[in-house]
Structures are given as structure tokens and as C-alpha cells.
Design a protein around this ligand. Structure first.
Ligand code: 5AD
Ligand code: SF4
Length: 461
């Protein structure tokens, strides 16, 4: 198969899971003899790894696909592969057939290992319109026990960086009423611990400083396995791996985040003191309609437990505004919760109806203007809180893992604290992979800034 001198390029939309999947897609294409192109517009094969979580993510993909097909430097159409979550939606395949015939291959997240064979087929038989590899619908998948899980030990081309992603579980069993993920990524399937351990050990041997464990609901890791190993045991084993320096994980579900997990993180040496706990809404009525499985009181109790057990830990969240039927009072409940618990940061989203989900069928979808006004207000409230929390870090020394040059001041490098705050280091010298102590002198909402700490200045969380 090799020596055909063809090139590939991958563009990735969406979450960290997709970034990890794209590394595998690159590895598979290189194994099949393709080499990486410098630019998408020159490549023979272009893979667009897509996200379906909001309409805006889908819109970006459709316009990008058109550009990739028509704005070529050589005028010759590439083999265009639409991979990832959007490929699982029936309406995507219909739209390709009706309006985007320049897409040659559509592969869902559970089938990326088939990309080389499909690409070669598309190259050999250009008359075939669209090749697809997608999983059965969610209900059929349950019946046939087929899953979205990928075979073990697929090759990978690592995205450059000091941090490496490791998938610990596929899919999701939650069915939050707004969310498309369980439909496109299928039921939860945890990877066997030994495969995870081997992958982490290999990455640490290769020199990665930080390991980032991935899953749609990492706190439910292992519940589908029958070996007594859950997220707590997995974290404990990974924490013991010689040479590992920092461990992160995403994404958590507040319902499944137990106090025992907090205690494990507190006792560990390497697990970072950053908790990303998507709240979604601070109104109990909306949380119920969302099928989140916790109340605002339970959420607050978890955050207070974390802050009490691990002083200095950071907590961030995701919030959706404009869920169907959200009243002014419901929205005020969200603002009120944020003002009480004072989280370090929030990713904020306007509710986007996803066909096939329960919430998309609910009456009382809110007008665009109400949603965008609420988003603006939410961002303002949270930014003030974030700024105040970050101001309190001025004068402290933080351990920073240097990652890359700062985009705004390329002569400086930037990295992250253990609490996941972005820090620009204003002393020249540190390079990616260095763990350095920085004296924080300046704080904004999105970053902190300062020079290397002097000897004798001690670090804090
Ligand atoms: N509309 C808006 N935001 C959504 N999210 C998930 N589904 C939707 C949707 N339909 C948000 C949630 C989730 C984050 C990854 O994306 O806040 O935590
Ligand atoms: Fe987007 Fe969810 Fe798919 Fe990630 S898993 S790419 S967030 S739809």
C-alpha cells in the first residue's frame, strides 16, 4: 500500500476526544503510506473531524468543507473525509447526498480505523459517490451489542506538546435532555485498565510531562466493567507510575463525582487540583428537565467539600443559557449560585436544539434575543468573579508547566498552573516541558503574568 507519495491533512473541530481521535487517524494514514501535507489546500486527502454538540459547530464544518473542495491551489479535488460526531447524524449523510457531493467518505467516531481502506477505495473508484462507515442507531447498538469502541493499539501521530491525551472510556449513558453525544458516541464502554496503564507508561517514557485522561463522564469509569476497578482505583494506579508529573481528567459529572474521589485526589501526588464540574443550570427545575441527576444544593455541597479539603483548588464549569422554558427566575438562580460558590471560570453556551434529543421536542423554545441577553449578563457576572479570584493570586508563586510561545508576545512562553490557569512567564529562558515557579505580578480574566520567582520565594496553590 505504501510508496504512493500521497499526502493527507486533518482538521479537528470539537473536544479533546476529537483531538485524540485525530492523532489516531494520522497514525493510520501514515501506516498506509500517506505523508502529512503542510497545508489543507495542497493535500490529496483531507479529513475533517467534526463536532455535533451545537449548531454553530456544524455550520463551521459545512462552510469549511465547501472551501476545501473548491479553493484548491491545483484545482484538483481532494478525497474529502467527514469524520467524527456529525457523520453519525442521519441528516448529515442526507445533506452530503443532496448538496455536498464533494464529500467522498463519512465515518463515525467508532469507525476511524476504517479510514485508510475507505480512502484507498475512494481513490481507486472515483465514480462511487459516498462511502460510509457509521454505527447503528443507539437502540440497535444495544440490541446487537456493537459499540463505538476502537480496537486497541492503533498507531498515532502525536500532536506536538508537553501534554498527552489518553482515552479511558468511550460513549456516554447519561442522556442529558439537551445533548446529542449519547446518540453519536453510543453507550458507555470503559477501556480495560491494563491497556490504559500501558498507554500512559509509554507516553511517560517518551517524555510527556502531563497525562490528560479523557471520557464523556470519567467519574463513571469502570461501572460497565466487572473487575472492581473504578475511577478511584484507576487514578490511584496512574498516580504511582514512575516519572509521571501531572495528571488531569475530563469531563466530570457532578452527580458521579464522589467525596471518595476528592479524597483520592487530595492524597495523590500528581493529580492536579483543578475540578471541571459542568453545572449547566443553577435552577432545580431546569436541572430536572435536563435530567442532570443532582440539585443545586448537592452541587454546592460538592464544591464546598472540594474547597474545604483542598484549599487553593480551582473549580470551573459549563453553563447553558436559554434551555426551553427557562424563566427569568431560573436564570437568576444560576447567577445566584455562581455568586455564592464563586467558581474560577465558566464556559458559557447558548442552548442549541439538537434534532433527536428530548429538549429539542420541548415546547417553549426561547427567542434568540432572550438567550443572547442572558449569555451577556452571565459572562459579565462570571468575569467579575474570575477577575477577583485571579487578583488574589497576585503576589503568590505558582508552579507553571511551560507549554508554548505566547501568541501575543512571542518572545515569552506561557503555560499552566496545576489549577489550570494560563500564565505568561515574562522571564526569557524557560522552554516547553519545563516546570518553573512564577511570581504572579498581573492578573486578568484569562491569564496571569509574571517573571520567574527568586530563590526563597515559595510556591502556593
Ligand atoms: N446546546 C448548548 N450547549 C450544549 N452543550 C452540550 N449540548 C449543548 C446544546 N445542545 C454544552 C454543555 C456541555 C458542553 C461541552 O457543551 O455545557 O457541558
Ligand atoms: Fe463535539 Fe461531543 Fe463529539 Fe466532542 S463528543 S466532538 S463535544 S459532539
Amino acid at each position: 500500500m505504501s510508496n504512493h507519495n500521497l499526502t493527507y491533512f486533518i482538521e479537528t473541530f470539537g473536544c479533546q476526544m476529537n483531538v485524540r481521535d485525530s492523532e489516531t487517524i494520522g497514525g493510520l494514514l501514515e501506516q498506509a503510506g500517506f505523508s502529512q501535507a503542510q497545508d489543507a489546500l495542497d493535500a490529496d486527502v483531507v479529513v475533517v473531524n467534526t463536532c455535533a454538540v451545537r449548531q454553530s459547530a456544524e455550520d463551521k464544518v459545512w462552510s469549511r468543507l465547501g472551501q476545501l473542495a473548491f479553493e484548491r491551489r491545483d484545482g484538483k479535488a481532494p478525497v474529502l473525509v467527514l469524520a467524527g460526531c456529525m457523520a453519525q447524524l442521519p441528516q448529515t449523510v442526507e445533506r452530503i447526498r443532496a448538496k455536498a457531493p464533494y464529500v467522498n467518505v463519512a465515518v463515525g467516531p467508532g469507525h476511524i480505523h476504517k479510514i485508510p481502506e475507505l480512502v484507498l477505495e475512494a481513490l481507486n473508484r472515483p465514480s462511487v459517490k459516498l462511502l460510509t462507515a457509521v454505527s447503528p442507531s443507539r437502540t440497535e447498538a444495544r440490541r446487537t451489542e456493537s459499540t463505538q469502541m476502537l480496537p486497541e493499539e492503533l498507531p498515532r501521530v502525536k500532536v506536538p506538546g508537553v501534554s498527552a491525551y489518553v482515552t479511558i472510556m468511550y460513549g456516554c449513558d447519561n442522556f442529558c435532555s439537551y445533548c446529542i453525544v449519547p446518540f453519536v458516541r453510543g453507550p458507555q464502554v470503559s477501556r480495560e485498565p491494563r491497556f490504559i496503564m500501558e498507554e500512559v507508561e509509554a507516553l511517560v517514557r517518551q517524555g510527556y510531562i502531563e497525562i490528560h485522561l479523557l471520557g464523556q463522564n470519567v467519574n463513571a469509569y469502570g461501572l460497565d466493567l466487572d473487575n472492581g476497578i473504578g475511577f478511584v482505583q484507576l487514578l490511584e494506579s496512574i498516580d504511582q507510575i514512575p516519572g509521571i508529573q501531572r495528571i488531569r481528567y475530563a469531563t466530570s459529572h457532578p452527580r458521579d463525582f464522589t467525596k471518595e474521589m476528592v479524597d483520592t485526589i487530595k492524597q495523590s501526588k500528581h493529580i492536579c487540583e483543578h475540578f471541571h464540574l459542568p453545572l449547566q443550570s443553577g435552577s432545580n427545575r431546569i436541572l430536572k428537565l435536563m435530567h442532570r441527576g443532582y440539585t443545586r444544593e448537592q452541587y454546592m455541597e460538592l464544591v464546598y467539600y472540594i474547597k474545604e479539603q483542598i484549599p487553593g483548588a480551582s473549580v470551573t464549569t459549563d453553563i447553558i443559557v436559554g434551555f426551553p422554558g427557562e424563566t427569568d427566575q431560573d436564570f437568576q438562580d444560576t447567577l445566584d449560585l455562581l455568586e455564592q460558590v464563586r467558581l474560577d471560570g465558566a464556559f458559557t453556551f447558548i442552548y442549541s436544539p439538537r434534532a433527536g434529543t428530548a429538549a429539542a421536542r420541548m415546547a417553549n423554545q426561547l427567542p434568540r434575543k432572550v438567550k443572547s441577553d442572558r449569555l451577556q449578563e452571565l459572562v459579565k457576572v462570571q468575569n467579575e468573579i474570575t477577575q477577583e479570584i485571579n487578583n488574589a493570586l497576585v503576589g503568590t508563586v505558582q508552579e507553571v508547566l511551560i507549554e508554548e510561545p505566547d501568541l501575543r508576545n512571542p518572545e515569552y512562553f506561557r503555560g499552566r498552573t496545576r489549577t489550570n490557569k494560563l500564565v505568561v512567564c515574562t522571564t526569557k529562558g524557560p522552554k516547553p516541558g519545563d516546570l518553573v515557579n512564577v511570581m504572579i505580578e498581573e492578573a486578568g480574566t484569562w491569564h496571569l503574568k509574571g517573571p520567574l520567582a527568586q530563590a526563597g520565594q515559595h510556591k502556593s496553590l
